[in-house]
Ligand binder design. Sequence first.
Ligand code: CUA
Length: 322
Amino acid sequence: MWKDFPLLPDSASTMAPQVDMVWWFLVALSVVMTVLIFATVIAFVAYFRKKNDGRVATQIEGSTQLEVLWSALPFVILMGLFFWGTAVYVQTQRPPENVMDMYVVGKQWMWKIQHPTGQREINEMHIPVGQAIRLTMTSEDVIHSYYIPAFRTKKDAVPGRYTMQWFEATKVGDYHLFCAEYCGTKHSQMIGTVHVMEKDAYQRWLSGVVATDTPEAAGQKLFEGMRCASCHPVDPAKPTIDGVAARGPLLAGIYGKEVVLKDGGKVVVNDEYIRESVVRPLAKVVAGFEPVMPTYDGQLSEEQIIQIAAYIKSLKDSGAKQ
Ligand code: CUA
């Protein structure tokens, strides 16, 4: 009977047992406190009931010992919970080094997923077991939330910015994917399936699906098609364009670095900054350059901006990717 009525969703990621431990501790603490309080109330009511005359409760006019005890004990327990919960939360924000990048774009009412090797899916996500995966997520319209209960991970997909979540699946199987942020009439149908596969099965699946360009390659095509290269050099060996100083910064090796801005501020070049520079190029102009870049807002979809960022990320110091 309990098989069809699970108390908790499947536990299928490295994070799930840790989240569950915190949750179970909170539940146990609540149960213990509730039982203690109710038992004491009932016991006192019975013991000091009126007709049982002669018994009078001793009035306590103040007890430093007691007050210290009932202040210090909850403090220690709650601070313990705080640090424990924070430690788990911090882990959910820090993907490991060998992470595999995937991209998620939410729109009313579907999830669009892109694999690093170029495969695309809608409302389905095939992933290998035992591999940490980082999702870079955004939305084309309103706020959605990418929720996989079996992994105990959930993060909003927000229009106009990128959010990140990561997980490592530990169990092969099919798991629910939900939108967990009310987003319109078909919110409840914005659902899907996460297929966790053995690594070789995942490779077979990948080769069986027609791959479009990888995000990098698609980004390179867009970069060339939108004529970004007429202002932005991508090869450190050729920092000028037609012999003239380039109008935009050299993009090779720029990803992950800190650049100085015209107003003296600094910014780290990441997906977020690249997106902003495409959509609102004048917001943060790099020092030494004129604010001349036109906006590409509305000309590129969120998926295309993700691809351009992936392409820029792939440009290494040592030379442009050919
Ligand atoms: Cu998308 Cu709710």
